[in-house]
Ligand binder design. Structure first.
Ligand code: NDP
Length: 488
């Protein structure tokens, strides 16, 4: 059996050795999951709720184990790993609780023409959902698909990133401790080939989180088999700071928004557009705060190393390009990328067409550019191929500005917060992907609608027959006139 190792990015320690699941084994896992999905989907919402709540409770009891493992495998601080796990638990609970309400059958009006029929829409799970996950939030991010797909009655086959297989396997082990029977939730470890195999298997739907580049390959593979997909890709999230904003708070939260998790967040702040009247104050405040934070693996470090070492080259190339093209360092310098770590970097006056402003950097870097007014800020915020999240800082105009942004999620006078609210959908537009996880939309995403109409009583007029009479034709004309003809 071929295996691969998962390494601690801070120490190089081997966290574990895991199988590279072959195409044949992926197909076998999906086939077993298909059998399990029949039984799982037939359980009542109430039974699934009890099982998912058991899982949430077990993960809560073992939150320290989860956090320690995430810390070792991604390098992020234990407290961040704990927060991530707590948010994942919240989502399991929300999905389980609201699945009956969101996914229960709905009666719909059948209309005057078909008044003798009842009409109903039922929500049907896809059977098996394949979840392909990233390494940056290895429990929280895939859970946005796993919990919602399970609550909707699907079985799940999960392929974690090759950088975080230990967490995926641990998650599967915790599930097995409360599962009523086998194969409802299976983890297949491996490299990109294992992910490819999952997209080419007979799953009913794929939910992918990762880069836009890989998302396009996943969508193309799924298109061949007409497998529907949810794509949760990267972003280039802007922060818009208006002149009436609480600048101290905006600076403090934006620094965390950009640098926490070493900047490895799809909804991390990458660009700030600040009103010229408050640009100096905002810049001074954020620089002062940034000078106090430091990366590291030990207790007290604010963020960890880059989890995926190849990202370091990308981060460096964005910094170099920005500076070469006129950007100025406010915090950090050309040597910010050192060893496996990136020191905080804040730049200003970076040209809008440089890599640092157009491509996802995924590092603890931030660009601050000054704008004349919020119209200009909105135009620049929208002038990107991405459209995931955004933050707006303004006491009076937050909602107005938010309504002008082309993206899936906006927080006003806060950052990141929508990700922790079970009730609201998470996802983007443009290169940031399509489809939604979380919220009612996330539950609906893992089912398809089945329309069922039924004859309630027979009437003497028959429209759907070759024996339709002239009287029936006249009745249709009469009814349609009553319904739709307007007097001139
Ligand atoms: P990828 O998009 O390549 O990987 C995401 C997941 O997809 C991983 O599980 C990966 O497996 C799997 N995968 C890779 N290729 C295929 C394929 N052809 N078919 C099916 N599955 C596949 O992201 P990376 O980890 O390489 O990160 C690259 C960049 O993506 C980052 O620098 C960052 O900009 C962005 N990113 C965005 C994330 C987000 O939250 N939106 C999360 C992670 C990354 P494996 O890991 O085994 O290769």
């Amino acid at each position: 059996m071929k295996t691969f190792e998962s390494l601690n990015p801070a120490t190089g320690e081997v966290v574990g050795e895991f199988p590279v699941t072959s195409t044949k084994e992926v197909n076998e896992a999906v086939a077993r999951a298909q059998v399990a999905s029949d039984k799982w989907s037939q359980l009542s919402f109430r039974k699934r709720l009890v099982i998912l709540k058991d899982w949430a409770s077990l993960l809560t009891r073992e939150i320290n184990t989860a956090a320690e493992l995430i810390h070792r495998e991604t390098g992020k601080p234990v407290s961040d790993a704990t927060l991530e796990t707590a948010m994942a638990i919240e989502h399991i609970s929300w999905a389980a609780k609201y699945a009956p309400k969101v996914l229960g059958s709905q009666n719909r009006p059948s209309g005057l023409l078909m008044f003798n029929l009842s009409a109903q829409v039922q929500r049907v799970p896809f059977g098996v959902v394949g979840v392909i996950g990233p390494w940056n939030y290895p429990i929280f991010t895939p859970m946005g698909s796993i919990a919602y797909a399970l609550a909707a009655g699907n079985a799940v086959v999960f392929k974690p990133s090759e950088f975080t297989p230990a967490i995926g396997v641990w998650l599967e082990q915790t599930w097995q401790r409360i599962a009523p029977f086998a194969d409802i939730f299976t983890v297949v470890t491996g490299t990109a080939e294992t992910g490819v195999a999952l997209t080419q298997s007979s799953v009913g739907k794929i939910s992918f989180t990762g880069s836009t580049r890989t998302a396009k390959k996943v969508a193309a593979a799924c298109a061949e088999l007409m497998t529907p997909v949810v794509l949760e890709c990267g972003g280039k999230d802007p922060v818009l700071v208006d002149k009436d904003a609480d600048i101290k708070r905006a600076a403090e939260v934006t620094l965390w928004h950009a640098m926490s998790n070493a900047g490895q967040s799809c909804i991390g702040a990458e660009r700030v557009y600040v009103h010229k009247d408050v640009a100096d104050l905002f810049t001074r405040t954020i620089v002062e705060l940034a000078e106090k934070i430091k990366p590291g693996y030990e207790d007290g470090a604010n963020y960890g190393p880059a989890t995926m070492p190849s990202q370091l080259k990308v981060i460096k190339s964005h910094i170099d390009d920005a500076v070469k093209r006129g950007g100025e360092f406010l915090v950090g310098d050309k040597n910010a990328v050192k060893g496996g770590y990136v020191q905080p970097v804040i730049l200003r006056n970076v040209p809008e067409d440089s890599k640092a402003m157009t491509e996802e950097t995924f590092g603890p870097t931030l660009v601050i550019n000054t704008v004349r007014n919020m119209d200009e800020a909105v135009d620049l915020a929208n002038a990107t191929s991405y459209g995931l999240g955004a933050a707006v800082w303004s006491k009076r105009n937050g909602k107005k500005i938010a309504s002008l942004l082309q993206c899936g999620m906006v927080s006003i006078n806060s950052a990141f917060s929508f990700a922790a609210i079970g009730a609201v959908p998470f996802g983007g537009v443009k290169d940031s992907g399509y489809g939604r996880i979380h919220g009612a939309e996330g539950l609906l995403e893992f089912t398809y609608p089945r329309t069922v109409v039924k004859t309630k009583f027979n009437i003497p007029l028959h429209f759907t027959t070759f024996a339709r009479t002239g009287f029936a034709d006249k009745t249709i004309i009469r009814l349609i006139n009553i319904l739709h003809r307007r007097r001139r």
